[in-house]
Design a protein around this ligand. Structure first.
Ligand SMILES: Nc1ncnc2c1ncn2[C@@H]1O[C@H](COP(=O)(O)OP(=O)(O)O)[C@@H](O)[C@H]1O
Ligand SMILES: [Mg+2]
Length: 242
């Protein structure tokens, strides 16, 4: 395959698993059950981008207050407010009141979120974008054609920008064959899918990372072990989980 420019995640082991990093300007989905490590992995992606590559980043959160994410990051040795090269280069945009149209009251309708999302990106011109989560965004639509249209609008917009983006997808616990996303839309619009697992085996849980799909690059097709340490996520390119 021809060499494509890479956006290095800086997550230990992951760039090797991806054969150098995420192809630049891809929009990928990072999917997994709650607690699988999606937020941790993508805060590292923004932090390392700013620190090591002078990349501007923006994190849109629809789920969890931005303050929580910034505070939790400190446990992983990432201080978004004070660390050199990072402070001022990674923005958090919080919108926790996203609700379905016509819900009334103090809610934020999805089209207003789409406008805000586009405006922020056009004005700030980030190199790296995270949307946490595309599932929360998709949930506000009760018809699947509309859901598909709006998720595609986000993906299409990102494709036109000069940025590498991660859309986080929350998947339900099943215990059986793993689904990649709740609505099975996002994987169709994305250039790639990273699947994070946290599976019960015998008497413990095993955290895993798998590259489910990635356009324009070779990548590992193994299910790799993943650990969450005091320095954040570590993956193991030369090991398989099971
Ligand atoms: N210092 C730590 N060491 C190991 N695991 C941790 C530490 N801090 C948090 N965790 C684990 O990391 C996970 C947090 O993952 P998170 O990135 O928030 O998941 P998601 O965004 O997919 O819901 C939790 O399951 C928590 O148990
Ligand atoms: Mg999260």
């Amino acid at each position: 395959m021809p060499e494509v420019p890479r956006c290095k995640t800086g997550v230990q082991g992951l760039d090797q698993i991806l054969n150098g990093g995420i192809p630049e300007e891809h929009t990928i989905v990072v999917s997994g059950t709650s607690g699988a490590g999606k937020t941790t992995l993508t805060t590292q992606f923004l932090y390392n981008g700013a620190k090591n590559h002078d990349d501007k980043g923006i994190y849109f959160t629809l789920e969890e207050p931005a303050r929580n994410i910034v505070e939790t990051s400190k446990n992983f040795d990432m201080d978004f407010e004070n660390d050199e090269g990072v402070a001022g280069n990674v923005k958090f945009h919080e919108e926790l009141n996203l609700m379905r149209e016509g819900s009334g009251g103090d809610v934020f309708e999805p089209d207003r979120f789409i406008d805000a999302f586009k405006r922020q990106i056009e004005q700030y011109e980030p190199d790296r974008v995270v949307l946490d989560s595309i599932t929360k965004f998709a949930m506000v639509f009760d018809s699947s054609p509309l859901r598909r249209e709006k998720v595609s609008e986000i993906a299409q917009f990102l494709r036109e920008q000069e940025c590498t983006a991660c859309l986080l997808a929350e998947i339900p616990y099943t215990g059986g064959e793993r689904q990649v996303s709740k609505y099975q839309i996002v994987e169709f619009v994305a250039d790639g899918v990273l699947l994070l697992g946290n599976e019960r085996t015998e008497s413990s849980r095993t955290r895993t990372l798998e590259v489910f799909k990635m356009r324009r690059t070779d990548h590992s097709s193994d299910i790799h072990p993943l650990k969450i340490t005091n320095n954040g996520i570590v993956t193991y390119p030369n090991q398989t989980a099971f």
